[in-house]
Structure formats: C-alpha cells, structure tokens
Write a protein that binds this ligand. Sequence first.
Ligand SMILES: *Cc1c(COP(=O)(O)O)cnc(C)c1O
Length: 453
Amino acid sequence: MKQIKYLLDEDKIPTHWYNILADMPEPMAPPLNPQTKEPIVPDDLAAIFPQALIGQEVSGERHIEIPEEVQQYYRQWRPSPLHRARSLEQALDTPAHIYYKYEGTSPVGSHKLNTAIAQAYYNREAGIRQIVTETGAGQWGTALALAGTAMGIKVQVFMVKVSFNQKPYRRAMIETYGGNVVASPSDKTASGRAVLARTPDSPGSLGIAISEAVEIARQREDTNYALGSVLNHVMLHQTVIGQEAILQMELAGEYADVVIGCSGGGSNFAGMAFPYIGANLTAGRNTRILAVEPASCPSLTKGSFAYDFGDVAGLTPMMKMHTLGHGFVPESIHAGGLRFHGMAPSVSHLYHLGHLEARAYPQNTCFEAGIQFARAEGIIPAPESNHAIRGAIDEALRCKAEGKKKVILFNLSGHGHVDMQAYMDFNAGKLVDHEYECEQVARALQDLPQAGV
Ligand SMILES: *Cc1c(COP(=O)(O)O)cnc(C)c1O
C-alpha cells in the first residue's frame, strides 16, 4: 500500500488544501455560461468572485497552499478533535469502532468557518469592501459575518425566510458579529420581488436567496458574492477536515473502513470524504464513502444528473450536478442547511462514477439518532449532523448483525445549541416526515435548462 502524503505543520494543522480535481478519474463537465451555453471563462465569474478563488475553482494542482494568515486563524480551533464514541458503541452493543470528527468546536459552531475565513481573506486581498451571501439555517451567514469582521469587510446576508423566523438566535449571532440580515424572498431585489408576486407566503429557499445575493453582487464594483457550499473552491477549503482525520486516526492506530457525512450542498461531506476518496484513487485504499441526505430533499438519491442553475432565477452558471430542479422548494424541515435543490458538481460527478454511496432518511429517525448520540457522548448535534449520525448508527448496527468489527468514521459538522427549538418540536412529537414530492420534482425537472452541448 502506498504512503498517503500529508503536508502538515508542527502543530499537525494542514498547510495545504487537498484538491481532488487533480485525481479525478475522468474530467468533470465544465460549468456553462447561462446566456451563451458555452463553457464559462474566468471573466464570466470576475464580477462576483476574486481571481484567487476563480483560480482554485478550476485548478488542477493537487495541493494548494493555505495562506499563512488563514493558517493562523485556523489555529484558534484546529486541529478539531477526533473522538472515539465508546459510550455510543456500548449503548449499541456493536463490535464496530465508531469515531467522529467534531467541527462544532469552531467559534461559530460548525465547519463553515473553514471556508468563510479563506473566502473573506481572498476578497480582502482583492480590494473588496462588501460580501453578499445567502444562508439557509443561518450557519453560513454566521460564519461569513465573523470572517468578514476578521478581515474588515462588510457582510450582507439574505436568510431563507423560514429560518429567519424559526431561528432568531442565529440571526442575532450574525448581527452580533457585525453582519446585516434580510429575510428572503425580500423586496430588495428583482428576483425576490418576482417570487413574492407569485407566492406572497413563500417560505424561501436557498435557490431564491442565492438569486438575491448574486443580483446585488453583480451591481456593485466593490461587492462580491460568496457561497458556503457546492463550488469546487468551497469543497477544497473543507479538506482540512479529512486530512486531519486521516492523521488523527493514524495516531489511534486505525484506518476508516466507512466514512460518513451529511450532505446538503456537499461541503462538510466532501471535506471529510475527499482525502479518503483520494486515498482510494491513488494509494490503493478501499474505504466505503457514504453521503446521507434528507428524504425531503434527496438530490443524490432521487435527482437527475444534469445541467442546472444553482439558483431559482437562473443567474448562476449552469453546473452539471445531481439536482431536483432549480424550481424545487423543499419542505421546511429543521435541518435547514440540507435544503438545497442540487449537490456539489464534484460530489455528483464522483457519485456518478461510483466512488461514493448515498442514502436518504426522514427527519424523525435522524433526531432519534441525534438524541441517542447526545445521551451517550454528551454533545447535542446540529439537526443536519443528525443525518450523519443516523447513517453511522445504522452501519454500526449492521456490523453487530453481521458480527463484523469495522472502523466507522463520521463528520459531526456542528453543534445544535442554537437549534434547540428543533429538539423541543421533536420531543413534543411535532416533527412531520415529508417524503419528497414526486410531482413537484417532475415539474421542476421539466424546467431544467437546455445545455445544448
Ligand atoms: C451548512 C451545514 C451543513 C450542510 O452543508 P454542507 O455544505 O452539505 O456541508 C451541515 N451541517 C452543518 C452543521 C451546517 O452548518
């Protein structure tokens, strides 16, 4: 077996991000310009992203150096801890070894700061004064608000309306860090006004909020847009998670047989999984990789692998990805961070090529898993992370049934301290399990843009 190469400093923090594009078995389909339907050129993106991030989006370099200032910032909480869930193993009476990497120790409570700080850094270096973004459950807006303040940049957040109302504490966190929040759909943009005219009581969606943010970023020279998931450079920044995990597992004398992450746009999953998939592809490893998504927004397990927009208004480039259709508005589940109609093109591509598996669970069974985990390990997980825990517990129960000792590793993407309303609703028996709506998806898929290539 080949040695896996890591680039770490003396504190065991990665000095480079791992770029899986260098190891893709087949090249990905290029993103297309929404007007010309031709592959986009870097200039198409220059109105909303800094050059450095556009470069990372298309880079073929395997290891990309993390700027010293970003590394310094990472040192506030990285390397994040890796725990063995011994009490959970006992509670399940499984021969499996269950490990989890805990990203909830970041100041904002999730993995999102890993990319927020890098994105704010590159925007500041490019002379940008303001970043506009969207947020679902509020974690991304929170992370970017803090990162913006750290780098001296103003942050404006369009927050999906259902979360804006369900999660006032997250809103308060964004404001505490110095960000500005608006409920989306809003009357501040043409895309928001168009949705309100059609559906005045729209709960909003990430797709709508992205349209609003991109619209504003395009109008101003000193303003850029930032995305918290989906794009290649976001997956790249999150690979600190998996690189650290491989090394920490090595210190524990183990290598993961199964790696699991919850998957909304795909970033925490990719952050954990890509270094392992890289080892599968280049170092003769054979780890099973599992993405877990909500049954109400099952882009990998039920979506089409096709060109689609990232947003409702069709302002973003067309990306080839697993999608439920850009017009699909998922049910208002509590794992707001998993309500995106598409999946990262890189994750979709690897899924299409058979390098990962996917599974969808309804929310109640995920909360049951999260509560079992909390009682055993003490950490109350984010509702999104509960999907990964459900996946890990089911794998551990399968090991028990088959009498096999396997090493299971999952990413605990964040804590749920600001999501206690969701736990209260679950405890009161108020959570509804929505299956995705076949008809709504069929309709949304009819509106997929014609790629013409
Ligand atoms: C945002 C978020 C997710 C979902 O986003 P991905 O890009 O799929 O990782 C999952 N867990 C937590 C805690 C989040 O904040």
